[in-house]
Design a protein around this ligand. Structure first.
Ligand code: AMP
Length: 495
């Protein structure tokens, strides 16, 4: 039986009286309740025609019912397709058209597919249907093969059409088991989950660790630094994006005592700067465990739980998984050389939904997936991410890796953070531009160039700096470099 929900169910029944979800208002759902709720929702999904391999597109706010809906979809063999709640109706139109679902759960009634809401009651309420179907038997968990699809995650799609990454039951299971071992999950762990669950991080990385071990999650609809700090003493694990940590660092109450119950702080989805890593250690005495993952592969690499966690690196491949730093043809490079990160293992997705050519371009014949991230390894084999391939700046024929320049600029007194981009330039092809968030006074290009003069080669130094209040970020805290590139595309034609 390869249905991943079957594996979870087997775990739930070992702890039915234990808490599955704890809410900020002091109430909780036991594993018994979650298990029953999943069964009840599965009954409605099946009654409404969701058959094995059918897609269920979901765009709803995070809630316990939302988590149960996901699990119910797995149970009946459906393919779960979660959408970012920030997507507009026009964007949702595209996803619905592309995924061609049997059912849609979201706020707006649609004419092209049977639609339900997650409202308590009212027209099209899924939960009202759950109550109405209480006489029907709960369906048994549908048998699935390891390669059968469990979910499609649409990538954020900063260039071109957003692609649907197809993840199988075996992809989900192998990574959940791997993470739970690597991060030493314990029976008394309590995970604080303040991440969205329409994304791989909150759903497949965070939630799966807790569910697979039938341990409790403090389940918050969104991240609020003050609330998270208040709840930390009730948790043992926090998983977050770098912005969680930078915002928590601004809280006056953050100190060694406030995090005494935490076994491990885990971070990923965007680069954690060395400054944040060090500031966190200084404030709390704990070293954040950074890991590297993506929609197509869930988690690729992780710093070790036992052993040195090195700032600016994302550690080693998980067991039974591999990575290599390769040139454009997939040939492995030496330690210290920069190339594309390619990964292989049971976590690698099944391809892009209805895009066989894209899939063939990005998954090599030998099974390695070309991640699109650039990286390098040190002599110990630790991986460091240098940036996205598409963010690479080529100025005057030289490669400039934005992360290297940002790392140095971020150390300048008076700089809170920075983003380095390439902007079209008549002479250089692209010119390096630094977008700076100053802590107080504006930071001038002269002061930056002076600081960098003995630290970075001339061609890596920014030609221009722009001071801004904040950097544009998506929900997962990633700086949207495509937005910056568009915004400053005309910088040199205007000069
Ligand atoms: P997504 O599919 O939305 O999860 O985005 C995946 C991308 O996030 C990866 O390809 C990386 O570019 C980036 N990413 C994830 N984890 C890290 C990390 N620890 N450091 C730097 N970038 C990361």
């Amino acid at each position: 039986m390869s249905n991943f929900y079957h594996t979870l169910e087997n775990s739930f029944v070992t702890n039915l009286s234990g808490d599955a979800l704890r809410f900020a208002n002091g109430t909780a759902w036991s594993y018994q309740h979650l298990h029953e709720r999943v069964g009840e929702i599965a009954r409605v999904l099946a009654a409404q025609g969701l058959k094995p391999a059918d897609r269920l597109v979901v765009q709803v706010e995070k809630s316990a019912e939302n988590l149960a809906l996901y699990l119910a979809c797995l149970k009946v063999g459906g393919v779960y397709v979660p959408l970012n709640t920030a997507y507009t109706e026009a964007e949702v139109d595209y996803f619905v058209q592309d995924a061609n679902p049997t059912l849609f759960v979201g706020q707006n009634q649609r004419t092209d597919v049977k639609t339900f809401t997650m409202d308590e009651r009212g027209q099209g309420s899924l939960l009202e249907c759950v109550a109405a179907h209480s006489d029907l038997p709960v369906p048994t968990t549908v048998i699935r093969q390891p390669v059968d699809l469990a979910a499609i995650l649409y990538t954020s799609g900063t260039t071109g059409r957003s692609k649907g990454a197809m993840l199988s039951h075996a992809n989900l299971a192998s990574n959940a088991i791997n993470l739970s071992t690597c991060w030493g999950w314990q029976k008394d762990d309590v995970l604080l989950n303040a991440l969205p669950i329409f994304h791989v991080h909150g759903l497949f990385i965070a939630s799966h660790c807790a569910l697979l071990n039938a341990t409790p999650m403090i389940f918050l609809p969104k991240f609020d630094a003050a609330q998270v700090l208040e709840l930390l003493p009730q948790a043992t694990v926090l998983m977050g994006v770098p912005t969680f940590y930078t915002r928590l660092l601004l809280q006056a109450g953050l100190n060694h005592a406030s995090v005494a119950s935490i076994r491990v702080f885990i971070c990923g989805s965007a680069p954690l700067t060395e400054q944040t890593f060090n500031a966190w250690e200084a404030a709390t005495g704990q070293r954040i465990l950074e890991r590297y993952g993506m929609s197509e592969t869930i988690i690729n690499t992780s710093n070790p739980l036992e052993g040195e966690r090195v700032a600016g690196t994302v550690g080693f491949a998980l067991p039974a998984q591999e990575f290599r730093i390769a040139d454009a043809d997939g040939a492995p490079l030496q330690n210290g050389e920069i190339g594309t990160i390619e990964v292989r293992g049971p976590n690698v997705f099944q391809g892009y939904w209805q895009m066989p050519e894209k899939t063939a371009e990005e998954i090599r014949r030998d099974g390695f997936f070309i991640t699109g991230d650039l990286g390098t390894t040190d002599d110990d084999g630790r991986l460091s991410i240098v940036g996205r391939a598409k963010d690479l700046v080529i100025s005057g024929g030289y490669n400039v890796y934005p992360k290297e320049v940002e790392g140095v600029i971020d150390k300048i007194p008076g700089v809170t953070e920075s983003a380095v981009i390439g902007v079209p330039h008549a002479d250089f092809g692209e010119a390096v531009v630094a977008i700076i968030v100053p802590s107080a006074e504006e930071v001038s290009i002269e002061s930056i160039q002076e600081y960098l003069s003995d630290k970075l080669a001339r061609f890596k130094q920014p030609k221009v700096t722009v001071n801004v209040d904040t950097l544009p970020r998506n929900t997962m805290g990633k700086v949207q470099k495509n937005v910056l590139r568009d915004r400053y595309a005309g910088l040199f034609s205007e000069l």
